[in-house]
Design a protein around this ligand. Sequence first.
Ligand code: SF4
Length: 345
Amino acid sequence: MIKLQKKAIKVKDLIIGGGAQISVQTMTNTLTEDLDSTIQQIARLEDCGADIIRVSIPNHNSVKVLAEIVKLTKVPIVADIHYDYRLAIASIEAGAHKIRINPSNIKSPQGIKTLARMAGDSNIPIRIGFNQGAFINKLSPDALISTMLDQIKIIEDSGCSSLVLAVKCSDIATTIASYRKLYELTNYPLHIGLTEAGAGESAIIKSSMAIGTLLMEGIGDTIRVSLAGDPAREVYVGRRILQCAGIDKSFVEVIACPTCARTSLPVEKIAIELENKTKHIRKQIKIAVMGCSVNGIGEAGNADFGVCGGLNQSIIFKNGKRIKTINNQQIIAELLNILKEYTDG
Ligand code: SF4
């Protein structure tokens, strides 16, 4: 499939679409009116690698706090609006960098036009975010896209052509089918993800399958992994999806053998500890943790460095060549020392 370059949309200093790097989004789950908690959560999410952060604006008190949030944070802030278009207008006045609406729950067609006119005049983009679950009769991908195209026309005709589009569903097949159609039929960048994915491992797998499939087809300009719980986990998984898809190459990849009867090391424990300790590093480095020396160095030949386990002592290798033998208790410290040489260099 030929990747079509979508229109570039500016959200504060960040570009979505137009060939820009794919951004990772998440959403706060603090009470927006609790300024301190919300600011603290936004700072933590930014540290984890969130490029855009959305906050719920359920009432006018939240709008007042939003004005403070945008002053006190660096990351682009999106106001999430449902039901009342006036909250969207007030959010633009409060300094929101982007507005997310779900037109299916805003019962004032005139209100959507008024909002679109103001967003256009203020150069504030709107994300039209349909969730299939919001429709009582659960629209098919065709009907969902047709509804989206109608809304795009209404909003464009009212003066706003700075749009990002999303048609999230809670099952993988419908999500993929809907985004494929949307990708073919519009020139706006797409915010991709699965909605109501869940909380645990299956939610991560479902999101990774849907988002991963679309990304590998060149579809998607910004992503959100929706997981119940700490939004930092959404950011972490989102970044990992981009890394595993080969889109974000600046990270430490820890590879490990699957273990077998020859294994002489706690491979899983070492690999997980290394992964946890290197999450923050933005450099393309590959470390291998191999349970024995039978196939070790050869199988991990494309790693920058790594370890091949022995009964009490293990081999440390670099660029496919053995460099030293160390006691097994020193493995993690030794690998972190070598990593430091790579990151300092
Ligand atoms: S590297 Fe060694 S321990 Fe690991 S799976 Fe292969 S043979 Fe087994």
